[in-house]
Design a protein around this ligand. Structure first.
Ligand code: PEP
Ligand code: MN
Length: 376
């Protein structure tokens, strides 16, 4: 299903200075000096559209710095007056919305811990009814595209037209290189479902560490994201929140210079020719893949029948280990990543099991635990 919302294209927003639409500023507003110094430095970088700073901070544990509250909004208003940058902050309830509007925020964002909660998002949407403001909606912390879409719809139904989705990664139990899993397939799926919605990447919260901000930003641009939200602090090592992931305004400037902006399409006939030919090759290989999958599944089904006739269980862990190890060794020698091999083989194996299950259960009654269809 493709969702059509009454949203306006990012190119028509006031303050749009081209791709990437850049939102930057510290994780938190800490003092007037820190906010003003960071903003004055950032304003020297032409591409910056919006200065961001959190004044109410959703911290995982109590006794962490929870933000300076309304006084931070006064500093943001001063940033707007003195640098001409637009300003934005995070809102997590109706009271925050009223305060943010009172102090003239151009943008508010809904954080990842808020977009998970439809009651709170609705409360924020109701408080924003009829207001001309940019609203950025971060993905919920759990990888649920429906929940993200739901939050976007609630805001759109309040009459807000300048909406952007912000991809900031997803929580997971496993310790990985990045602080939050990017799960790129989720923002890609969001774009497929709401094609006109501006999409912004927040590499700071995905990475959790400044070292990875460039590579994540580049990837987002290569996936045709419209903008970036990057945390920048005048003195990152002294930051009261998210110290490891913030960069100085100078580092931001340097990072922007290193980003390569590729264009989403081309009209150059020569390039189109080459691309057309390569895409034909891809289609041919994809057809091979489909034929191979069909053949492989037929063999799996034959094995399923054989297991049923001989009363053998479907899942045989030793055989599965053997398949995966063989594929890993062979695949890696062909330059394929472990991640690809793992994903493809897990999917193929699951499909084989599903088919063999169906065969096993054919003709059994509902009473024996099979579904209704099979028992008919
Ligand atoms: C933030 O932008 O500082 C923030 C708290 O973000 P998130 O909601 O993505 O954790
Ligand atoms: Mn932060």
């Amino acid at each position: 299903m493709v969702l059509k919302l009454e949203t306006s294209a990012i190119k028509e927003w006031n303050g749009y200075k081209g791709r990437p639409f850049l939102v930057t500023g510290p994780c938190s507003a800490e003092t007037e000096e820190q906010v003003m110094e960071t903003a004055v430095q950032l304003a020297k970088t032409e591409q910056v559209s919006i200065f961001r700073a959190g004044v109410w901070k959703p911290r995982t544990r109590p006794n962490s710095f929870e933000g300076v509250g309304v006084s931070g909004l006064k500093w943001l208003r001063k940033v707007k007056q003195e640098t001409g940058l637009m300003v934005g902050t995070e809102v997590a309830n109706e009271k925050h919305v009223y305060e943010a509007l009172k102090y003239g925020m151009d943008m508010v964002w809904i954080g990842a811990r808020t977009s998970v909660n439809p009651f709170t998002v609705q409360e924020i949407a109701d408080a924003l009814k009829g207001v001309e403001i940019m609203v950025f909606i971060k993905n919920p912390i759990n990888p649920d595209v429906e929940l993200w879409m739901g939050a976007i719809e609630r805001i759109a139904r309040a009459g807000i037209t300048k909406i952007a989705a912000v991809h900031r990664g997803f929580s997971s139990y496993e310790k990985t290189t990045y602080r939050n899993q990017p799960n790129w397939q989720i923002p890609i799926e969001l774009r497929r479902r709401i094609p006109d919605l501006p999409l912004i990447c927040d590499p700071s919260h995905i990475s959790g560490h400044r070292e990875y901000i460039h590579e994540i930003s580049q990837k987002a641009l290569d996936l045709n994201f419209d903008g970036l939200m990057i945390e920048s602090h005048i003195n990152p090592s002294k930051a009261l929140s998210d110290a490891a992931q913030q960069i100085t305004p100078d580092e931001l400037k340097e990072l922007l210079l290193r980003l390569i902006l590729r264009s989403p399409s081309t009209t150059d006939p020569k390039l189109l020719d080459v691309l057309g030919e390569l895409r034909q090759q891809i289609d041919i290989y994809d057809d091979y893949l489909l034929d191979l999958l069909e053949q492989r599944m037929k063999v799996s089904e034959t094995i399923g029948k054989y297991k049923k006739d001989n009363n053998i269980t479907i899942l045989q862990s030793a055989r599965w280990d053997e398949i995966v190890n063989r594929a890993m060794t062979k695949g890696k020698s062909k330059g394929l990543s472990g991640e690809l091999i793992d994903n493809v083989f897990k999917a193929v194996h699951q499909e084989s099991i599903n088919r063999q299950m169906k065969i096993m259960n054919e003709g059994l009654t509902e009473h024996n635990g099979t579904d209704k269809q099979n028992s008919k």
